[in-house]
Design a protein around this ligand. Structure first.
Ligand SMILES: [Zn+2]
Ligand SMILES: [Zn+2]
Length: 324
């Protein structure tokens, strides 16, 4: 089968590789589409904590079961089911987690083998390329759950790339009001159609919104300056959710952290998603297909993936979807 393998950092090539042989509890999936993610681009550029090389990348997968012909998206985790996080329903935090496209081969190939328990049925009316967005959208739903977002709350989202915009879509689905800040004018311009479709307020500068404080602040960008600014922008009792990891090694003054104390703020974190959140994401996408389609830059062939990953690293891309 045709596959795109990362042999070593910065060495991503097309290969002819054997069709995987599913073991007990596993299913062979004929991949239809697999979305490109910023994490794939980073793995190509510099590797990643959980990446085991050589590897077929790709973890935002939609395809059909070779056995039954049913259409599925793949929850990319393979959790143990018995560790403390797993038994609490936080399988995304499993202590023995293996991830498709990181520890095991992923979806930039004609076929992929995955655990049967990772399959989630795609609603009939949802097209394959849009179904690929279920995984990243589910990660944003996780962030809003961790931030305890509820109806009619205001959410300030830092970062207007594809993930920040999906976060806004997730907030809309909860009947909350998202505000998206994106400082890069090119990226901001590119999100106009999506924001228009969902009626989402956006700005180049977070201080130009009609609201000056928010119930929840979430970062979908790694700048460390988001932490102090985000804390200042919270209402009393609000929640700051760290969705994107912060870069650098910034020390924060006690006066800033004391705001958490005096104003009874909450601090939350979110990483990955659960199967339940991915199922939920499929229903959100199925309800808002026109808006979701605005996030797609193009459906591309496997050989165009390396160049598209470079475009993602350059910073202004939305979502590219590889068609197998
Ligand atoms: Zn991803
Ligand atoms: Zn576990």
């Amino acid at each position: 089968m045709r596959s795109l393998q990362l042999k070593a950092i910065q060495q991503l090539r097309l290969f002819e590789s054997p069709i995987p042989d599913p073991g007990p509890g596993e299913v062979l999936i004929k991949v239809s589409h697999c979305a490109l993610c910023r994490t794939d681009a980073k793995m190509l550029q510099q590797g990643q904590r959980d990446l085991v090389l050589p590897r077929i990348l790709g973890h935002e997968i939609c395809g059909t079961s070779v056995e039954t012909g049913e259409r599925f998206v793949v929850w990319p985790g393979q959790s143990c089911g018995v560790c403390p996080p797993c038994t609490r329903g936080w399988e995304n935090l499993c202590s023995r987690m293996k991830i498709v496209g990181f520890h095991t081969d992923g979806g930039f190939a004609e076929y992929v083998k995955v655990s049967k328990s990772s399959l989630l049925k795609v609603p009939e009316s949802l097209p394959d390329p849009l179904a690929c967005l279920a995984e990243p959208l589910a990660c944003t739903l996780n962030a809003l759950e961790q931030g305890r977002v509820s109806k009619d709350q205001t959410i300030l989202i830092y970062g207007g790339g594809p993930v920040g915009l999906m976060m806004a879509m997730a907030a809309k689905s909860l009947e909350a009001t998202p505000f998206v800040v994106e400082q890069n004018p090119v990226k901001f311009q590119r999100s106009e159609k999506f924001r228009g479709a969902l009626g989402i307020e956006g700005a180049l500068d977070g201080y130009s919104f009609r609201s000056s404080t928010f119930d929840v602040v979430v970062n979908a960008a790694p700048s460390p300056g988001i932490l102090p600014e985000g804390i200042h922008r919270l209402k009393d009792g609000g929640c700051l959710c760290l969705f994107s990891g912060l870069t650098g090694d910034t020390a924060y003054p006690a006066s800033l952290l004391n705001e958490i104390h005096y104003r009874q703020l909450h601090l939350a974190g979110a990483y990955g998603c659960t199967r339940r959140q991915m199922e939920w994401a499929l229903t959100v996408l199925n309800a808002l297909p026109e808006a979701a389609a605005c996030l797609i830059d193009g459906i591309i062939d496997l050989e165009e993936v390396p160049a598209a990953l470079e475009a993602i690293l350059a910073g202004n891309a939305m979502k590219f979807i590889a068609k197998l």
